[in-house]
Design a protein around this ligand. Structure first.
Ligand code: GBH
Length: 475
């Protein structure tokens, strides 16, 4: 007898959409042109170049502010269904407040949006990808609860100006990074170090801001514009070091709850595990009340259910086990509250970023975890990608990364019936990689930052990605 082993060759469903992603500060440049105000990344890169690996800034970045035509041309060549970009708050509102609107900023995004639509590319817009107007930092930034309403005023202007053509909105990109790295561990601007306190206050404002921006859309715009509003959260896949160990399983659960659950629970579920843990920790530390502020009933109503889809940024995974006691974890801190030791397997392929190790199965496992925990929400993968330090055009390792991660997306769709509807590669082009400056490159287009004109060249990954979109499958 003959045995035929036919490996099912899954395809991406016809409705499944592909795109590439960027963020305003990382690509636009023109930091003080076109009426734009100063934001916290302008301020930090100018005043503290020592915090950026190569001492660089996003002053010029990829000059995308001046290259709308060229960039949309490249996106058209590539054949994407959508383009995920972010709007620079200080380009629209130079001082952060709605009293002074910068028409040049509105014109710039109108031009970009109109050209995309003319090329049949859906604009997928992030309202906030980390570049807070500096004047809003001067009043405390996100830990100041008044920022929620100030953000909603900004969101209102975006719906009003662009909502007739933009129907896919993301309020925030990665609140975890905004709050944890911005206010607790100094990994991102404004680089504050109020660990265990600043991050929680930031998240409190941010969740209310998100919820109110969502409600505003449904109150004033949905009927006419018929769009949808979501949020983008970042998470690694967390796995127990030893699957048989209850302690490791608990540590894994805590990692999930304090990273993804921190933001996903209030919006997508009723779980509130962080509350009791931080309350207990705070008490031990001598605080008179929990370091985690609580929401009023009215705020809970606003936040619960306030997303039409879950945007997911995923790059890598981690194993979790208990802290051995020898680690020096400061208190109070988010890490001490999590109380889990997280690490990556030395067997996983490395990249140009210390934190990014390749473990494709993690993406499928995470998608299934989200489906189960959050009642099968629509998931859009809003970022996934691979870095190197050379920028080589023969970027075989990036090609392998996309192939293997997308294979896992196919399995999640076809074998686990996860409702994942979009995939965006990070990134469209090499860009200003935050505190890593220009030392790490994620682009599928190479950018020559030495050249004043910042020319773009497709890497091998751009051709492979194009082929995947065209054939709806992986070679
Ligand atoms: C994304 O975040 C961002 O949205 C995007 O702007 C960025 O360019 C892209 O990643 C690539 O980095 O150095 O150990 O402190 C992904 C989630 C969270 C990954 C913060 C890097 C820093 C880890 N990021 N993390 S560490």
């Amino acid at each position: 007898t003959l045995l035929f082993c036919v490996k099912a060759q899954y395809e991406f469903p016809t409705e499944f959409e592909f795109g590439v992603a960027t963020a305003s500060y990382q690509i636009e440049g023109a930091w003080n042109d076109g009426g734009k105000g100063e934001n916290i990344w302008d301020r930090m890169t100018h005043q503290r170049p020592d915090l950026i690996d190569d001492g660089s800034t996003g002053d010029h970045a990829c000059l995308s502010y001046y290259k709308t035509d060229e960039d949309v041309g490249l996106l058209t060549d590539l054949g994407v269904d959508f383009y995920r970009f972010s709007i620079s708050w200080s380009r629209i509102l130079p001082n952060g407040h709605a009293n002074q609107i910068n028409q040049e900023g509105i014109d710039y995004y109108n031009e970009l949006i109109n050209r995309l639509i003319a090329a049949r590319i859906t604009p997928f817009v992030t309202m906030f990808h980390w570049d807070l107007p500096q004047p809003l930092q001067e009043i405390g930034g996100w830990p100041n609860p008044f920022l929620a309403d100030i953000f909603v005023d900004y969101a209102n202007i975006l719906y009003k100006e662009f909502g007739d053509r933009v129907t896919d909105w993301i309020t925030f990109n990665e609140p975890l990074v905004i709050c944890e790295q911005g206010y607790s561990t100094a990994g991102k601007a404004p680089a504050y170090t109020q660990d265990g306190i600043g991050g929680y206050l930031c998240a409190h404002t941010l969740l209310i801001a998100h919820g109110k921006a969502y409600r505003l859309y449904y109150r004033d715009y949905f009927e006419e514009q018929k769009g949808r509003v979501g949020i983008t959260l970042d998470s690694r896949m967390y796995m127990p070091a030893d699957e048989e160990s209850q302690e490791d399983l608990d540590a894994t659960e805590r990692a999930f709850q304090f990273v993804l659950g921190w933001y996903a629970n209030p919006i997508f579920s009723k779980e509130e595990i962080m509350k009791s843990r931080i309350e207990a920790q705070s008490q031990e530390e001598g605080f008179l009340s929990s370091r985690l502020p609580s929401f009023t009933d009215e705020e809970i109503q606003i936040i619960r259910g306030s997303a039409d889809f879950l945007g997911l940024n995923h790059y890598t995974s981690e194993y979790c086990t208990t802290l051995t006691g020898s680690e020096d974890v400061p208190r109070p801190s988010h890490s001490a509250d999590i109380d889990a030791f997280r690490y990556q397997s030395p067997d996983w392929e490395s990249s140009g970023s210390v934190w990014l190790k390749v473990y494709p199965e993690g993406l499928r496992k995470l998608l299934v975890w989200i489906k189960q925990r959050y009642n099968n929400p629509e998931i859009m993968i809003t970022e996934n990608g691979f870095s190197d330090r050379t920028g080589t055009l023969a970027d075989c390792r990036r090609v392998n990364y996309f192939n293997s991660y997308l294979e896992q997306v196919l399995l999640a769709i076809h074998e686990d019936e996860v409702n994942v509807t979009r995939y965006a590669a990070w990134s469209f082009m090499d860009n200003f990689e935050w505190r890593r400056g220009y030392t790490e490159r994620f682009g599928i287009y190479y950018v020559d930052f030495e050249d004043d004109d910042k020319p773009r060249t497709p890497k091998m990954s751009a051709f492979v990605f194009k082929n995947i979109m065209q054939t709806r499958g992986i070679d």
